[in-house]
Design a protein around this ligand. Sequence first.
Ligand SMILES: Nc1ncnc2c1ncn2[C@@H]1O[C@H](COP(=O)(O)OP(=O)(O)O)[C@@H](O)[C@H]1O
Ligand SMILES: [Mg+2]
Length: 300
Amino acid sequence: MKVGILYSRIRRDEKLLLSELRERDHEIEKIDVRKQQFNISEAPEAFDDLDIVVDRCLATSRSVYATKFAKAYGVPVVNGPDVADTCADKVNNSLALEAAGVPTPDTDVAFTKDAALESIEKFGYPCVLKPVVGSWGRLMAKIDSRSAAEAILEHKETLGHYEHKIFYVQEFVEKPGRDIRVLATDGEPVAAMVRSSDHWLTNAAKGAETDTFELDDRALELVEKASEAVGGGLLGIDLMETGVSQSDGEWSFEDYTVHEVNHTVEFKALNEVTDIDVPAAVVDWLEQRAATGADAEVTA
Ligand SMILES: Nc1ncnc2c1ncn2[C@@H]1O[C@H](COP(=O)(O)OP(=O)(O)O)[C@@H](O)[C@H]1O
Ligand SMILES: [Mg+2]
């Protein structure tokens, strides 16, 4: 097959993917989105004869638009623009999970500092304030007191870009010092890991320690539902374990909660920590997707 890769930087993740594709003698068209002009009627040459396009853009905004064009040019694209739209924005992400009945942390969205402060007081301390667009744990705030809340909201309102004036306030989940990342293809887990840290942010990009994780039936069910909720595809599903601290200091597990689904998912950490050949599993799935063509995108 001929595979187009939408990218702006080739990281280790893309290198893994490219070498797996090359090993299987697939033709590759690397499409640096910074150099393209996406015309509304005529596809750039790079899109000629592609069987499938894989979106690996780093910047969410580019990813959202480039996938729209790929779809308009009639090339099957993973993940599609609708999935990108939903996953690129934490508000859309939360709404989709909630609508699908997937447990997700309780969240308020407010448009002014005063309204946001009321949400924060309602959730109590600590609670969490997240930018609606972003990843790697950037610009996330755990708010411990009213005075901290006032300061952060004032900073955001005064100094932030317009999207930081959408206040996304979330209950703080007392997780056991770790969260779970699952890489899934159309709801089918490829590999999973836990990310542990003393810090409340447990992103691999923040230096959390990673280890393998065995998914139980409940986790499998939620991964499938969360994938479906955002439209399916190659996804990184993030879950936290919820539970209660006992009087003896022990923590007991109650359920999982899905805090987000990522659409341009990194997989180098998963590939290192598990025995699973992650790029091979991803390419297996791409081959299937390319064979079923654009129809798969519509129904997924
Ligand atoms: N409501 C929450 N309560 C406790 N910890 C959270 C909560 N939301 C996120 N986290 C922690 O912060 C990390 C980053 O949050 P996430 O919503 O995944 O944002 P990002 O898109 O930056 O990865 C998570 O991996 C998790 O460890
Ligand atoms: Mg995350």
